[in-house]
Write a protein that binds this ligand. Sequence first.
Ligand code: HEC
Length: 133
Amino acid sequence: MRMTPMHSPVRLLAAAPVSAPVLAVAFALLHAQAVAQAPSAPGPLPAPPAATVPLPAPTRGKLLYDIHCIACHNSQMHWRDARVVRDWPSLVTQVRLWQERGKLQWSDDDIAAVARHLNDTIYRLPPPTVPRG
Ligand code: HEC
């Protein structure tokens, strides 16, 4: 006669009532750990706002004019009816004359940059198709 063992592996597994709560706790712990390590968790700030919202930088022409010319100028001088500047060449000529008076030794690029700045802010002459000295 053969005896069937009462504690076979299959029967042990089916009869184990403790496993559900233990698994739940273990899963909760694992889950909490995963959330803490997730890259989307609150952490260091993203890129600084300056990288996404660029401020308008002053042009070279504005800087040169503000440093060397604005001392005895105001926009009134450029607006007056009897003004010398009538078109792009005469604007460039005036800028060249004034930087010579100041012994500033500007390059043609500097002169053109300041002329552009004055044109953008004050004169609003038709832009030159071929930039002249
Ligand atoms: C010492 C003071 C002084 C400085 C510095 C000076 N200016 Fe003048 N600028 C004047 C005066 C005064 C006039 C008006 C001249 C006239 O009535 O003909 C003038 C006129 C001008 C005009 C002609 C304005 C118009 O439409 O009639 C331009 C352009 C000009 N200046 C550009 C410059 C630039 C560019 C610089 C810097 C390199 C400069 N000035 C520096 C005093 C100055």
